[in-house]
Design a protein around this ligand. Structure first.
Ligand code: ADP
Length: 357
């Protein structure tokens, strides 16, 4: 027969289970003092396996000091915190970061709460990587600038020709830093405002045409040409999207500029406009003929600072941020960017945008 305090304890436990069972993301386990798992909410079963109940907690988590900490939670009756990953070889779990808390409940039970911190952990890592990348990208032109300044300071009788060459390099490095800062500011702005869908009605063809005109001289200097073709079935009405003119100009400027940079000399860059009546979207394909992009790089191209060939991108004045900016602007416009490439043949960047009603 249970006495009153035991009955009271059972009711409290059952209420606790009901309450904590409703936790959707966090795992709640009831553990015997010999570390056997006695009860789990649904989140625990889905994270740690169907055969969880009756197993040893130490076999489910990789934390090496778990046993010592568990006994210390019982001895001190204080909350003990730890971080761990789930055991096992599943790829999803291997990179999962859990924050755990152990709490003495009564003479038979310890409560273990596990919170999934993977997202926060990954965001924190992305933030650290980003700062490291920005510092690196700014440091290399700065180091070069300082080097030239010191060389020039140390030589009173430098030939005019050498001096002009050095000043030319210094100007290029300064411009590179300036471009990088402009791109970083652009990226920060569009990331902050990505959730606000633009409402202005804009004639997208005018934007594309004016970007082409602004790049004409550069294209002609390199012996290339850009051909714009309206391939829509019904061409009587100019297509209108809900958008921001400046942001869309940046998208097409970046994509057509890349098409010029990464295409064979004297090749043709095609800009084609099509509509899909089934889902009321407009597609603008920018096609260039060049070395192309290996399949494995394609999903990563819109990551900040990701370049297939870092040296080549730098040499052509790239910052590695162009496609990241493009992707965020297209997201803001509720559109899609699709990249396809055939090595040594052609690369197509397709911008798909919803048409305004
Ligand atoms: P970058 O400033 O280096 O051009 P982007 O973000 O614009 O940075 O592009 C990232 C990388 O994607 C480039 O470094 C290049 O390797 C690749 N890339 C972009 N556009 C093209 C293209 N049209 N053809 C081939 N490769 C491209």
């Amino acid at each position: 027969m249970q006495d009153d305090s035991e009955v009271h304890n059972d009711i409290a436990k059952s209420q606790l289970r009901t309450l904590l069972g409703s936790l959707i993301d966090d795992v709640l386990l009831e553990i015997n003092h010999d570390m056997t798992i006695m009860h789990s909410n649904a989140a625990g079963i889905s994270l740690l396996g169907d055969d969880l109940i009756g197993s040893d907690l130490c076999q489910r988590l990789t934390y090496t000091d778990l046993k010592d900490d568990f006994h210390s939670a019982i001895a001190t009756k204080k909350i003990v915190e730890f971080t761990t990953t789930p055991s096992g070889f599943s790829v999803a779990n291997r990179f999962r970061q859990l924050r755990g808390r152990m709490l003495y409940l009564d003479e038979t039970t310890v409560i273990v709460l596990l919170m999934d911190m993977t997202l926060q952990h990954n965001l924190e890592k992305m933030r650290r990587d980003f700062i490291a990348n920005v510092s690196h990208e700014l440091r290399s032109p700065l180091t070069s600038l300082i080097g030239f300044v010191e060389t020039m300071q140390g030589s009173d009788d430098m030939e005019t020709q050498t001096r002009d060459r050095f000043l030319g390099i210094m100007a290029d490095e300064a411009k590179r830093m300036s471009r990088l800062i402009d791109d970083l500011m652009s990226l920060a702005k569009v990331e902050n405002e990505e959730h606000i869908a633009p409402m202005a009605r804009v004639f997208i063809e005018n934007i594309v045409q004016s970007v082409i005109v602004s790049l004409t001289r550069r294209v002609q200097e390199t012996g290339r040409e850009i051909i714009f073709t309206d391939r829509r079935n019904y061409t009587d009405q100019a297509p209108i999207i809900l958008g921001e003119t400046d942001a869309m100009t940046e998208v097409f400027h970046n994509l057509i500029d890349n098409a010029i940079k990464y295409s064979f000399p004297e090749s043709t860059i095609s800009v084609d406009m099509l509509t899909n009546n089934a889902n009321d979207t407009l597609t603008i394909n920018i096609t260039n003929h060049g070395e192309g992009i290996e399949e494995k790089h394609i999903p990563r191209l819109t990551e900040r600072f990701y370049r297939v060939d870092k040296g080549r991108s730098r040499q052509m004045g790239g910052t590695g941020l162009g496609l990241a900016i493009v992707k965020h602007i297209i997201n803001k416009h509720r559109g899609e960017l699709i990249i396809t490439s055939t090595l040594n043949e052609k690369t197509v960047f397709s911008v798909i945008l919803p048409l305004a009603q």
